[in-house]
Design a protein around this ligand. Structure first.
Ligand code: KIV
Ligand code: ZN
Length: 520
């Protein structure tokens, strides 16, 4: 049968920590159900001690999601470990993941601790965590910049204290594959009790080497890979789950009898669900899940693929669940087809949800001949993925005048926490004028970082999808809006991002006890 490589998914912890990827507890639960369907071995559901929201998300996932081991991160501090243990209580299978930095620079400047103190803390944390579960993972943060002999000692002692998984993070994405592979084989050869645990790796992508480093580690003895869907994560991100899993599957000739238990046919759906939830999409040329991953534009390539797929394709789109047919629902499709679609996306729904979306779908079908997957996704996003209760900004009405030989002018009427506001502005185009009018009405200092718009499908009656990334007083958020009208799509995306940023900012202020009401 071969040897298994365990897939530890940290999309909901390390992935979610990245600016623009924050998720509500409900969104995390939706995502965790899909990760279970994908067949990952471990879901790192959050950092229970970080906030009430994180605790709640871990607890709900522990309660509701069956199959994978549910894990919570904790610093090597008793109160963090207790919070993880409490949040994980309802889980069928639980893991506490505790960590402390072992590099000189982190110990000296961040922890202000001596190596001996770090060693003691690591041992204590692991044995304390073992009181709550017999599955304890220990990570040596910044392992790739740690002094070798010290690293071996910490690992050996953590195993003696009861760790069952030892994780080697390349925290700052500094490693080079050959060197990282050597580090893993050196650990295998120099830590006497290493055979008692699963050796894991956790690579960041600062030099674009996270996947390469993880794969080299596997080749050298690591049997757990920590990764995230679409490679989201701190700074440049983490190793992309879909790339690791498909590399191991497609290059069996190179990796030998190693295998994962991921159901690769769920990969594309999982990637899209994450995009819908976070409002942040992958580049067209992203490996495995990008729009162009299986597109053959040039004549030579098309000819080759038509004669024999293997000329230019190293895997089949079906292997990762990549859609091959585009039109999905028509004017006459029934509720049953819609329910099937919702299930395909891994969305949990009520009859009421189905009725509401069905009405919107019928309305769209009146305006648009054919409904594509992208249109249904857009509706799902609008109905399920918007910010939860109490969106602070609500657009009541807007009107734009534009044409040649005139200055585009927009008037907006909106409500901010129930209070009506109106404004008129001009701009160098209708979208510019409308967004400026919204900003003026709200008096917001939100900074637009990115704006893009594209047709979802290839016709003039297509829906346009606008995406916005903005920053509000240090808080980044992304939003998405879809409509057959490009200005409406842009307004929806802008307001979606703004609402997410406002709620996130309020949440951060609440946590720090500095709540500011009524400000944007
Ligand atoms: O990058 C890192 O070092 C981490 C650890 C907490 C595992 O995320
Ligand atoms: Zn990390």
């Amino acid at each position: 049968m071969g040897e298994k490589v365990f897939i530890f998914d940290t999309t909901l912890r390390d992935g979610e920590q990245a600016p623009g990827f924050s998720m509500t507890a409900e969104e995390k639960v939706q995502m965790a159900h899909q990760l279970a369907r994908l067949g990952v071995d471990v879901i790192e559901a959050g950092f229970a001690a970080a906030s009430k929201g994180d605790f709640e998300a871990v607890r709900r996932i522990a309660e509701e999601v069956k199959g994978p081991v549910i894990c919570s991160l904790s610093r090597a501090i008793e109160s963090d470990i207790e919070a993880s243990a409490e949040a994980l209580k309802p889980a069928e299978r639980k893991r506490i993941h505790t960590f402390i930095a072992t590099s000189e620079i982190h110990m000296k400047y961040k922890l202000r601790m001596t190596p001996e103190e770090v060693l003691e803390r690591a041992k204590k944390a692991v044995s304390f965590a073992r009181r709550f579960t017999d599955d304890v993972e220990f990570s040596c943060e910044d392992a790739t910049r740690s002094e070798r002999e010290f690293l071996y000692r910490v690992i050996e002692e953590a195993i003696k204290a009861g760790a069952t998984v030892i994780n080697i993070p390349d925290t700052v994405g500094y490693a080079i594959p050959e060197e990282f592979g050597r580090l893993i084989s050196d650990i295998m050869n120099n830590v006497p009790n290493i055979d008692k645990v699963i050796l894991s790796v956790h690579c960041h992508d600062d030099l674009g080497l996270a996947v390469a480093n993880s794969l080299t580690a596997v080749k050298n003895g690591a049997r757990q890979v920590e990764c995230t869907v679409n490679g989201i994560g701190e700074r440049a991100g983490n190793a992309a789950l879909e790339e690791i899993v498909m590399a191991l599957k497609v290059r069996k000739d190179f990796f030998g009898d190693l295998y994962t238990e991921v159901n690769t046919k769920e990969i594309y759906r999982t990637s899209r669900l994450l995009c819908m939830i976070t409002g942040s999409f992958v580049p067209r040329n992203k490996a495995i899940v990008g729009d162009n991953a299986f597109a053959h534009e040039s004549g030579i390539h098309q000819h080759g693929v038509l004669s024999n797929r293997l000329t230019y394709e190293i895997m089949n789109p079906e292997d990762v669940g990549f859609p091959t047919s585009r039109i999905v629902l028509g004017k006459h499709s029934g509720r049953h087809a819609l329910k099937k679609k919702l299930e395909e996306y891994g969305i949990r729904y009520t009859e009421e949800d189905v009725n509401r979306i069905f009405e919107k779908l019928k309305d769209l079908a009146d305006r648009k001949k054919e409904i594509y997957d992208e249109d249904v996704e857009a509706l799902i996003y609008q109905e399920f993925m918007r910010v939860e209760e109490g969106e602070p900004v609500e657009v009541k009405h807007f009107q734009v005048q534009t044409g040649d030989n005139m200055l585009p002018t927009a008037t907006v009427k909106l409500a901010f926490k129930g209070e009506e506001k109106t404004a008129t502005e001009t701009g160098n185009g209708p979208v510019d004028a409308t967004i400026k009018a919204i900003q003026k009405a709200l008096g917001t200092n939100a900074k637009l970082l990115d704006y893009s718009i594209k047709a979802l499908t290839p016709n003039t009656d297509a829906q346009a999808e606008a995406r916005v990334v903005l920053e509000l007083e240090g808080v980044q958020a992304s939003g998405r809006g879809v409509d057959t009208d490009i200005i409406k799509a842009s307004v929806k995306a802008y307001v979606d991002a703004l609402n997410r940023a406002i709620l996130r900012k309020e949440y951060i202020l609440q946590k720090s006890g500095l709540r500011e009401e009524g400000t944007v």
